[in-house]
Design a protein around this ligand. Structure first.
Ligand SMILES: *Cc1c(COP(=O)(O)O)cnc(C)c1O
Length: 397
C-alpha cells in the first residue's frame, strides 16, 4: 500500500466514528463493474456498494441527468411540487404496481414510514393504539429505532432497548410460527422477500402466499421490505412479483437511486385512503429534485438497457458456477439465493476468503459470519462471472 493511501486510512480512523471495521483500501473511482483504489489498483466489484450501484459505475446518461438537474435546481421543499418527483413517482408506480409513493432519504427511513402507515391504519380502524407487529428472526430493516425494533438480530438491538414495543418475532419460512403470534392486536407483518443481511434466504412461495392469506383474513398490513432484493435484482422488478401476491405496503431504497441517497415507501390505494394524512409524516430532503432526477433516470435506464433480461440470463450462469464450487469443496455447505443476490455458505467463517479475494482484486462481502454474499451490479456479464470465479477459487481454503 502506498504512503498516501495509508495516511488517508490513519486520518480516517482519527476523525470518523469507528462503527465499521473497514477493509484497508480507499476507493477512488469506478468504471463499469471495475473499481479503483487510490493507488490505481483494479477490483472486480461483486458488491455494488451493497446492492446500490445496479447500473455500474460511470454510466454517462445517469451522470449527465444528475449534472443537468444540479444546474437547474437541487432542492425545493415538499411544500411545493417539483417535476422530477412527479416523473419519478409515475414511473415507479408503473413498475412497482403499487399506487401511492412517499420518497425518503434512506432504507431505514422508508421502513419507519411503512411502520407508521400500518399503525395509523389500525388506529383509524380500531380507535385505539394497542397494536402489535410481527417481524422475522434474522431479518434486517435498518438502524433507526423503529427499523431496529423489527430487526431480528438481538446483537444489533441489545444495547438500545427499550425499542418500540409490541413487536413479536416469528421464524422466516415457517408459517405455523407466524400463525401462533397472530391475534386481534396484530396490525402488520413485516418481512424481506429475500432475507439479505441475515444470510440470503428467499421466501418460499408457500410462506409468502400463506402470510398474504393470514393478512387478508385478519385485515393485517403486509409490509414487504424490498430494499435489498428489489429493483430487478431477482429477475423481477420487485421480488414479490414472482409470486402473484402483493404487499399492502412496500419499501424500496438501495438501487432505487443507484448512488444518490434515496428510498421510498409505497402502498395500495386502499391503505393510502385510510392511513397517513397531511401533517402525519414528512421529510426535508426526501423526494427532492436531485434525488428524484436520479430515480427517474434509473428507471429509464432499467428499461432501455434491458436490465431485468440481463439479470435473468447472467444469474442462472452465476448459480451454475457457484454450484460447481459447492460440488468441488466439501466445506461449502450451501448455495442459495435469487437472481443476482446469491449466498455461498461455508462450514466456517468466510472473512479470510473475502480478505484474500480483495488482495487479488475481487470485492466481495459477507451476509452473516459463514456466508459470502454475491450482489454485483446488475449489468455484469457471463465473462465477469468467469473472472470472478477465477479470482475466488484460489482464495478458497
Ligand atoms: C440496507 C437495508 C435496509 C436499510 O437501508 P439503509 O438505507 O441502510 O437505511 C433495510 N432493509 C433491508 C432489507 C436492507 O437491506
Amino acid at each position: 500500500m502506498s504512503e498516501n493511501m495509508k495516511e488517508y486510512i490513519d486520518e480516517a480512523e482519527k476523525v470518523l466514528l469507528h462503527t465499521y471495521n473497514r477493509f484497508q483500501i480507499v476507493l477512488d473511482k469506478g468504471n463499469g463493474v471495475t473499481l479503483y483504489d487510490l493507488d490505481g489498483k483494479e477490483y472486480l466489484d461483486f458488491v455494488s456498494g451493497i446492492g446500490v450501484f445496479a447500473l455500474g459505475y460511470g454510466n454517462k446518461e445517469y451522470n449527465d441527468a444528475l449534472k443537468n438537474q444540479i444546474d437547474k435546481i437541487i432542492h425545493t421543499s415538499n411544500y411545493y411540487y417539483n417535476v422530477p418527483a412527479i416523473e419519478a413517482a409515475k414511473k415507479l408506480k408503473k413498475v412497482s404496481k403499487m399506487d401511492r409513493i412517499f420518497f425518503t432519504n434512506s432504507g431505514a427511513e422508508a421502513v419507519e414510514g411503512a411502520l407508521k402507515t400500518a399503525r395509523k391504519y389500525a388506529f383509524l380502524r380500531d380507535g385505539h393504539t394497542d397494536h402489535e407487529i410481527i417481524a422475522m428472526e434474522h431479518s434486517f430493516h435498518g438502524r433507526t429505532f423503529g427499523a431496529l425494533s423489527v430487526t431480528g438480530n438481538a446483537h444489533y438491538r441489545e444495547a438500545f432497548e427499550p425499542l418500540i414495543g409490541s413487536i413479536r418475532f416469528a421464524q422466516y419460512n415457517d408459517l405455523e410460527s407466524v400463525k401462533r403470534l397472530v391475534n386481534k392486536k396484530t396490525c402488520a407483518i413485516i418481512m424481506e422477500t429475500v432475507q439479505g443481511e441475515g444470510g440470503i434466504y428467499p421466501a418460499t412461495e408457500e410462506f409468502i402466499k400463506g402470510v398474504r392469506k393470514i393478512c387478508d383474513e385478519n385485515d393485517i398490513i403486509l409490509i414487504l421490505d424490498e430494499i435489498q432484493c428489489g429493483m430487478g435484482r431477482t429477475g423481477y422488478m420487485y421480488a414479490w412479483q414472482k409470486f402473484g401476491v402483493k404487499p399492502d405496503v412496500m419499501t424500496s431504497a438501495k438501487a432505487l437511486g443507484c448512488g444518490v441517497p434515496v428510498g421510498a415507501f409505497l402502498m395500495t390505494e386502499k391503505v393510502a385512503e385510510s392511513s397517513l394524512v397531511a401533517g402525519d409524516h414528512g421529510t426535508t430532503y426526501g423526494g427532492n429534485p436531485l434525488a428524484c432526477a436520479a430515480i427517474d433516470k434509473v428507471l429509464d435506464l432499467f428499461e432501455s438497457n434491458h436490465i431485468i433480461d440481463n439479470v435473468k440470463e447472467v444469474s442462472s450462469y452465476l448459480e451454475e458456477k457457484l454450484d460447481e464450487l459447492k460440488d468441488r469443496y466439501d466445506f461449502i455447505v450451501d448455495r442459495r439465493g435469487s437472481g443476482l443476490l446469491q449466498g455461498l455458505e461455508f462450514d466456517h467463517p468466510v472473512s479470510d476468503t473475502i480478505n484474500k479475494a480483495l488482495e487479488n482484486g475481487l470485492i466481495l462481502i459477507n451476509a452473516g459470519t459463514n456466508v459470502i454474499r454475491f450482489i454485483p451490479p446488475l449489468v455484469i456479464t457471463k465473462e465477469d462471472v468467469d473472472r470472478m470465479i477465477a479470482i475466488l477459487e484460489p482464495c478458497l481454503t
